[in-house]
Design a protein around this ligand. Sequence first.
Ligand code: SF4
Ligand code: SF4
Length: 331
Amino acid sequence: MNTISSLLNEDWHERYRRIANLNIRSSIYDLTNRCNLRCKGCFFFSSGEHIVTEEMDIEKWEHFIDKEKARGVNLAILIGGEPTLCMDRLEAFYKRLPTYCATNGLIKLSRDKFPDMMVGISLWGGGEDEKVLRGKDTFAVSSKNYEGDPYAYYLYTVTPRQVGKIEPVIKRIADVGLKVHLQLLSNDESVDGFYWRQGELDDLRLEMDEMLDHYPQTIISSKYYHEVITTGMMLGRRFGWQECPSVTESLDTRKPPVRRLIHFYRWAADLKTIHRCCTSATRDCSTCKDGAAHMSWIMVNKREHMNTTRDMQNWTEVYEMFAKLYRLIPW
Ligand code: SF4
Ligand code: SF4
């Protein structure tokens, strides 16, 4: 059997060492059922997962977070709805756990209050696509709120209409001194013209690779991630329910058990309901393009990448990318 030392030279081995002991135990929390946008294709609202009674008592949130910490969670990923509508809950997490906030960027987080909280700002393409899908060009606002912020980056959801046109978006982001991570639209509300065809995915993979070569200081990504997310394939295996690592632990009844995120849960804003996975339970797993799930899929399959040096380097790069997105290692 190959060992890490036999596969990686000294430089790569050093990179591997930086991420090997991170021992990430993440879970996802719907911080609120409310949002200041209603995007077409939002998995949260289209699935009905927002229909729970939101817990309003901040002390109950604090107690809940303490219990989550005791359960072993060391990275809280806050989604929604729009988390910045609930600053007291954000603060309760931030004071207790390394915390990441996924936001549409329309409300500015106070850096006095949250000096190093990681912020991922959603962006659904260029201005025109944003107007069609989200009702407004959010970049115009979010880029002013977060310009040059060292703890914020854009989470750019590429749509099929964006293929061949992503460079201007990357440039806009670079020009405001921010970084960007790329993921793909899953079209959860079947909006016409936003379905993926394989030819578009093949073109997009090449385009993302090219952008990474041209903007290595701006894009947080890896070519192997591009390959896996656009083909849905990893080492001859196809992504889907039988492979997905991002399933809430207590709802994971798959037999035989699959490699998965340890102790991962996704909690609703009533602090009682648990959701199936990191995205909506109504989504068809066979067409799911969730970027985090694909990334985690690679990460939990380390042993399978220990056949060749290239595979192990690919695995290391994807793990580094994940660690950078949460600033667990420097950019
Ligand atoms: S900003 Fe996010 S949570 Fe709000 S509607 Fe859009 S996708 Fe959904
Ligand atoms: S919808 Fe996606 S993230 Fe959720 S279980 Fe299916 S494959 Fe996994």
